[in-house]
Design a protein around this ligand. Sequence first.
Ligand SMILES: [Zn+2]
Length: 206
Amino acid sequence: MNQEKIGRFIAELRKEKNMTQQELADKLNITDRAISHWENGRSMPDAGVILELCKILNININELLSAKKIKEEKYNERAEESLLEMRREIETQNKKILTLNKIIINLAIIIFVVIGLAATFIEMSMLIRNIIVAVDLVMLILVGFFTLNILQKTGYYECQECKHQYIPRYTQMFFSMSGITNTNWRMKCPKCKKKCWHKKVLTKSE
Ligand SMILES: [Zn+2]
């Protein structure tokens, strides 16, 4: 998938429709900077807006991903190719996000401990010590929320009882217990209704 080619294709279709970047952005409820990033090939429209974008530009998703209008007979063949390719890219992206998140958690824990030790052993007034400890705790809690958000949004969870794969709600995960590595969560399965361990999977098997 060629991001730059897709970007040029989006720009071309937008201009054909006599739309400015701002006008297109307004229709999609995003910033014009995002549009400019796509058109320069610096990023791809994400799953949340891609269908709406295709509708506005009057193309289908496979035409967008292959950066050209496709004739009817070749359509099915290309459709499968493009969707597979897109799925692979989303998986790779998710893997990167999860790795980055692990690094952030580890860093946050190290910083938390270092600041905690500093507040304990360095001489300072009680007030300043309390402020530092509070800020330290808030930082750790924020990283926790951020991590949960990422875990919920990347890939799927698989019920170990019935193998059902789904995306759990944020609140469901918030009130559930996770294993030590964050890859396993003890949740209630929406299909078999059993409370059991759910494993993170990046690829949904049909
Ligand atoms: Zn289940």
